[in-house]
Design a protein around this ligand. Structure first.
Ligand SMILES: C[S@@+](CC[C@H](N)C(=O)[O-])C[C@H]1O[C@@H](n2cnc3c(N)ncnc32)[C@H](O)[C@@H]1O
Ligand SMILES: [Zn+2]
Length: 399
């Protein structure tokens, strides 16, 4: 293979791949090199790829047939090569990247893993690549859209290139717009306003899901979110699609707003598009809105159970991916938004009590309360803000 940059062979999951030698692109000890390397490989995204393997295996167990999979923005190809190697039931994988160097290194990696008969690389624009697969007999069972920044520019083509019932995975790394630093950019790109609350990462997931739902609806396609997760610098969404205007209409019933009171931490959700009341029912302050966004489920309990079961056969995946799946499973069906107890303590001037004591106190007052993967000190609960504040005070020994 002729490559004009230094490479190294790394091991990830059950595969080995050639990647740019990151050390060669570092400008100093603290420098973060993946974005400067000529082909993209980020070792920190391993958990993201581990979870993708689990999700694809779970999806395969549900549909029970051999799958045709694609990764339209593949970098060095590690993700697609892992799908082909690790997920039972994957027949073929199409990996594509606009960069010629990425294409060349992917081809090398396909050979390195003896996958030339099942994994095919191409070198074109992702939208062009996906459009070539939009005809009914050419569509994919699973598409993993993993770009730099926002996946929105590829959403329409991905929806069109996915078969009825197929699974779509989306990564978004443009967290500043999605988390409320630039709400107008979120409105422009995702069709909904973001809001800088302590649960802004969940709002980010719901904005992405809302954007997918409205984009799919334009094609008379409905969506069901089966899994989602967030880390510091990216969010991921997994959703199945189903064709039909009725499905699209049903999907849109999940759209609405989250209303937040910055004074007393009250929050509420409002389905539909038009907002009537904007005053906080607890303290009278003006409520601020995020949305329109997705108010439906952002994880499916049964899908999470299958992901946990997949862990038994995919023994090399564990640790962080297993932890995320278990937490997301625990919060399936929980209400939108979460409370961050540090934030509550800051307001009431209390020391931060143990999370489990706060949860016990809320549950003791007759409400549901669970931990969330979104934040280490976060609690999802159907209790109003006043009860959560009371529970934090109880747990902190203030009353
Ligand atoms: C975040 S990286 C992909 C990482 C990869 N999915 C992984 O798991 O390692 C994004 C990739 O998108 C490619 N890219 C950017 N614009 C593109 C486009 N319009 N069409 C296809 N690929 C594109 C870049 O060359 C880069 O390799
Ligand atoms: Zn209020």
């Amino acid at each position: 293979m002729s490559l004009d940059f230094p490479i190294e062979i790394i091991y990830e999951g059950m595969v080995r791949v050639a990647v740019p030698k990151l050390e060669a692109f570092k400008r100093g000890v603290w420098d973060y090199a993946p974005s400067r390397a000529p082909v993209f490989y980020n070792p920190l995204m391993r958990v993201c790829r581990d979870i993708a393997v689990l999700a694809l295996q779970s999806y395969q167990m549900i549909v029970g047939r051999r799958l045709v999979v694609s990764e339209p923005l593949a970098g060095c190809g590690v993700r697609g090569i892992r799908f082909a190697t690790e997920v039972e039931g994957v027949e073929t994988v199409y990996i594509n990247d606009i960069s010629e160097r990425a294409y060349r290194i992917s081809q090398y990696n396909i050979e390195l893993n003896s996958l030339a008969e099942r994994v095919f690389a191409s070198n074109e624009d992702a939208n062009f690549f996906l459009s070539r697969h939009a005809a009914p007999n050419k569509r994919f069972d699973f598409i993993d859209v993993d770009p730099f920044g926002s996946p929105v520019p590829y959403m329409d083509s991905a929806i069109r290139a996915l078969r009825d019932g197929g699974l779509l995975a989306l990564t978004a790394t443009d967290m500043a717009p999605l988390c409320g630093v630039y709400p107008k950019v979120a409105l422009r790109k995702y069709g909904g306003l973001s809001l800088r609350t302590e649960y802004c990462h969940e709002i980010a997931v719901r904005l992405l899901a809302g954007c997918l739902a409205t984009s799919a609806a334009k094609h008379n396609i409905g969506v069901k979110v089966v899994f989602s997760h967030s880390t510091d610098h990216y969010i991921r969404l997994y959703a199945t699609i189903s064709h039909g205007a009725k499905r699209a209409d049903e999907t849109l019933e999940n759209m609405g707003y989250i209303l937040h009171c910055f004074k007393c931490l009250h929050r509420e959700v409002g389905k539909g598009i038009l907002m009537q009341r904007l005053a906080c029912p607890e303290c009278g302050s003006t409520l601020r809105a995020a949305g329109p966004l997705w108010l439906g489920e952002i994880a499916d309990g049964e899908f999470c159970t299958l992901m946990e079961e997949s862990l038994k056969s995919l023994k090399h995946i564990g640790g962080e991916a297993a932890r995320v799946v278990s937490l997301v499973k625990g919060e399936a069906g929980a209400p939108a938004t979460y409370y961050v107890i540090d934030k509550v303590c800051e307001r009431i001037g209390a020391p931060t009590p143990p999370l489990k004591d706060v949860i016990e106190s809320i549950v003791g007052m007759g409400f549901r309360a669970v931990r969330t993967h979104f934040h280490g000190k976060g609690i999802k609960s159907d209790a109003p803000a006043s009860i959560v504040i009371k529970a934090v005070k109880n747990a902190a020994g203030l009353q």
